[in-house]
Design a protein around this ligand. Sequence first.
Ligand code: FES
Length: 105
Amino acid sequence: MSKFVPVAQVADIPSGESRAYVVGDREVAVFNVDGVFHAIENACPHQGGPLAEGWIEGNIVTCPWHAWCFDVTTGAMTLGGYTTVDAFDVALDGTTVTVASEPRL
Ligand code: FES
């Protein structure tokens, strides 16, 4: 059963940036898009590139290794659209960012 795991304070992830955190046995990339937080798996399905270190423009992150692009709100690939990364629900508990321990279905 999924539960929300505290990973950071809101101030730890400035708008337009991302950070990687371990949630259970997964590593997730948490993005701040204009004050709204989103989380996707931190491993690109191509060759495992760290998406939290990618380039962010709006709600799109570009993998730092070979430039595959993903929508951080859904995990969907935005060019080609033939794969996705898992997306996780994010909730705020006061000023604490929490991430669901299981991906969204
Ligand atoms: S590892 Fe992400 S595009 Fe290759």
